[in-house]
Design a protein around this ligand. Structure first.
Ligand SMILES: Cc1cc2nc3c(=O)[nH]c(=O)nc-3n(C[C@H](O)[C@H](O)[C@H](O)COP(=O)(O)OP(=O)(O)OC[C@H]3O[C@@H](n4cnc5c(N)ncnc54)[C@H](O)[C@@H]3O)c2cc1C
Length: 395
């Protein structure tokens, strides 16, 4: 059932997009899967593989062809990160964050774009989005990275934390507040470069799972942002950042589906070969039914996710207006169900499911991370709850 849904979705993609998805599947199997455990142990640098993915066109999916990208639509990006997450969520998440940053840099003014974009596309430099701060995650309006007016630009001081790719990124799309106390009206998006004075990178985090995300933070101390590096004017930046959030929630849900499918396939294969009490363990109804529960929710997750993806990339404003609720629902479902079902897959392998030779525990920790990134499950509940209340109020 879940495979049928993938085939159905893939059938809607243009041939070139589908070819890139197939390339990602191969890259995930032949490259990412073989390196993932070493990334998690901190034994191997992720950057070399990110660069290989850039060369394969996997980091410029939505960048227009005229700017050196693939000029593809959201559906291709969604399926590519889903395939990569089957091998390693952390790597897929690092790559898609770099992708999103370079697509945003492509909209910067001409000289910035010309200086940075080719190197970002080639993976000679990396990009990241820096919104979260040590004291503010979900409640971004309160951010305390302050920018003061200076001659020809702004002087910025503050800290960012939990940034994907902070371990290695060169270019950070950073939310700053220009007028303390003014909330969203004072928030701007600026470009911060790691090789400039006033930028101080924190030691990257040693997270229990998803270490290939390169999570970490940085400090800005009297860092100078020239006017040309203001990407989004105060008052418009938070809204613009949130506009991309539907897509992010949707592809995080797809990545959860990818991890769940890889775990389910592994559990089925193992339980078909493993024997106990004179028969393959898959013949025990209890175990078999637990895998049916996984398969059922995997199908439900894909239905929600692919529907959200279609709404996000619809050309019809009347359909796009449903994308917000659809993406939040898919992300909430992923956040609630993936962790639970990955645990069932581990159960099907017995104690062997805990071994590092298998990706299951790595997937499980990554599923927990997925429930925080791009809005926590509670934030999905809050959003969906408000929409429910509005529906009653409007009836
Ligand atoms: C893998 C990963 C990648 C990330 N990548 C990035 C990145 O690239 N850039 C970036 O800027 N940030 C990134 N983040 C940070 C992420 O966006 C934040 O972790 C997230 O917004 C939540 O913020 P917080 O962790 O500070 O939790 P808090 O906001 O402090 O919340 C703590 C807990 O309280 C709950 N809570 C908060 N408010 C409410 C409420 N109103 N009702 C009910 N419960 C509530 C939350 O759901 C959470 O469970 C990443 C995080 C992870 C885990």
């Amino acid at each position: 059932m879940a495979d049928d849904l993938v085939a159905e979705f893939d059938a809607t993609l243009p041939a070139a997009d589908l070819a890139l998805v197939r390339r990602a599947t191969q890259f995930a199997r032949e490259v990412v899967a073989l390196r993932a455990a070493a990334w998690q142990r901190g034994e191997l640098d992720v950057r070399a593989t990110l660069r290989e993915a850039c060369s394969a066109g996997l980091a410029s999916i939505e960048l227009p062809a005229s700017l050196g990208g693939q000029g593809m639509r959201f559906g291709a990006k969604l399926r590519i990160v889903e395939e990569l997450a089957k091998a390693d969520f952390g790597f897929a998440f690092a790559l898609v964050n770099h992708h999103n940053a370079l697509v945003r840099v492509a909209q910067a003014e001409e000289s910035t774009r010309a200086r940075l974009l080719p190197e970002l596309v080639a993976g000679k430099r990396f990009g990241a989005s820096a919104y979260t701060e040590p004291a503010h995650g979900s409640d971004l309006v309160q951010l305390e990275t302050y920018a003061d007016r200076a001659d020809g630009g702004w002087r910025v001081t503050g800290s960012k934390s939990w940034i994907t790719g902070a371990a290695w990124a060169d270019v950070f799309l950073t939310l700053v507040q220009i007028q303390p106390g003014s909330g969203a009206a004072g928030i701007a998006l600026v470009l911060v470069e790691a090789d400039q004075e006033g930028f101080h990178r924190d030691t990257p985090y040693e997270t229990a799972g998803g270490r290939a995300t390169g999570l970490g933070g940085f400090q800005l101390r009297d860092y100078f942002v020239p006017d040309a590096a203001v990407l989004q004017a105060p008052g418009t930046a938070l809204r613009a950042a949130l506009e991309g959030i539907n897509g992010a929630r949707c592809y995080v849900a797809a990545m959860c589906a990818g991890m769940l499918e890889s775990a389910l396939d592994l559990a089925i294969e193992y339980a078909t070969k493993r024997r106990a009490f004179g028969q393959p363990t898959i013949e025990f109804q209890g175990l078999r039914w637990s895998l049916v529960e996984v398969a059922t929710d995997l199908a439900a997750l894909r239905l929600l996710t692919y529907r959200a993806a279609r709404l996000i990339s619809s050309d019809e404003p009347d359909l796009r207006k449903f994308a917000h609720a659809a993406a939040a629902t898919a992300k909430k479902f992923a956040g609630d169900r993936t962790l639970h079902h990955l645990s069932s897959c581990i159960q099907a392998l017995g104690a062997n499911g805990l071994r590092e030779d298998y990706p299951l525990v790595r997937h499980m920790l990554a599923a927990k991370m997925a429930a925080f990134a791009d809005g926590t499950t509670e934030m999905m509940n809050d959003r969906l709850g408000k929409l429910l209340a509005a529906r009653v109020a409007g009836a």
